[in-house]
Design a protein around this ligand. Structure first.
Ligand code: NAP
Length: 245
């Protein structure tokens, strides 16, 4: 943690594995001090140790995005270490049961998915906003999905139209709307808020069936986290550029 107070600061939720860990690594390599948000202390410590062994400046922030108290405790904790936050990547996400037809999805599962994928980014963004506003030109990235695009899930030529996940898909569609709302409110503060879709990435989320590496999936999030002053806000982006809503 050599330069904790002089470097630009980034927080990645769900940063202990998968795409989040790859985003954290890439931002640390780009000279950010990166806070790995992890709901499990042990898993978080392991990720931090791995990146520190590679010579990167990272720290652990215990943070369960589904729990109000945990999120506000984490924001208060981070405020004791730093006075401003340059980048927030709302990456944490879950899919509870990918086998159920929409008519069979249990409400309890749907609520659990929304707590992490939709309400999580809202409460984390709200809780860390004072630190983000204190930074010069902060960036917020929302980790959406290709299935977050109503255009693509209704386009028979798109691979995403073959996926019919009631809870996961609708959580990401709503997250895209949340992105637009925050982008409008925060533009006067110089804060850019964009949603990204990583592609089909090999992680635990999909039983490691994806085709891209976590590093490849992380690339668009890292790019939107480091946007210059002329960059867009309130948009939805994938590796090939703008995604349709
Ligand atoms: P992953 O390997 O399963 O990683 C998910 C991360 O989120 C883990 O660090 C997990 O922590 C964390 N997490 C889950 N619930 C949390 C909570 N309540 N509080 C804090 N952290 C929590 O999955 P991934 O594929 O990297 O997913 C990352 C993001 O990309 C998700 O938002 C996902 O929807 C999105 N995405 C992925 C794909 C893909 O192809 N993989 C495609 C489109 C979008 P634990 O280790 O403690 O479980």
């Amino acid at each position: 943690m050599s330069d904790m107070n002089t470097k630009r600061q980034a927080l990645v939720t769900g940063g202990n594995k998968g795409i989040g860990l790859a985003i954290a690594k890439a931002l640390a390599e780009a000279d950010f001090f990166v806070w790995i948000g992890a709901r499990d202390k042990h898993r978080g410590e392991q990720a931090v140790a791995t990146l520190q062994k590679a010579g990167l400046d990272v720290g652990l922030l215990e943070l369960d995005v589904a729990l109000e108290e945990s999120v506000y405790h984490a924001a208060a904790e981070l405020s004791t270490h730093i006075s401003s936050l340059d980048v927030l990547v709302n990456n944490a996400g879950i899919a509870v049961d990918m086998t159920k037809a929409p008519s069979e999805v249990r409400m309890a599962d749907m609520k659990a998915v929304y707590e992490v994928n939709l309400f999580g980014p809202v409460r984390v963004t709200q809780a860390f906003l004072p630190l983000l506003k204190a930074a010069n030109q902060a960036r917020i990235v929302m980790m959406s999905s290709g299935v977050g695009s109503l255009t693509l899930i209704t386009d028979p030529t798109s691979i995403y139209s073959t996926v019919n996940l009631l809870d996961y898909t609708s959580s990401k569609v709503a997250l895209n709307a949340v992105t637009v709302s925050f982008a409008k409110e925060l533009e006067p503060f110089g804060i850019k808020v964009n949603a990204v879709e990583p592609g089909h990435v090999r992680t635990d989320l999909n039983g490691n069936t994806g085709v891209l590496t976590p590093e490849e999936g992380a690339a668009i999030a890292v790019k939107m986290a480091m946007l210059g002053p002329d960059g867009p806000t309130g948009g939805f982006f994938g590796s090939h550029g703008r995604q349709p809503w």
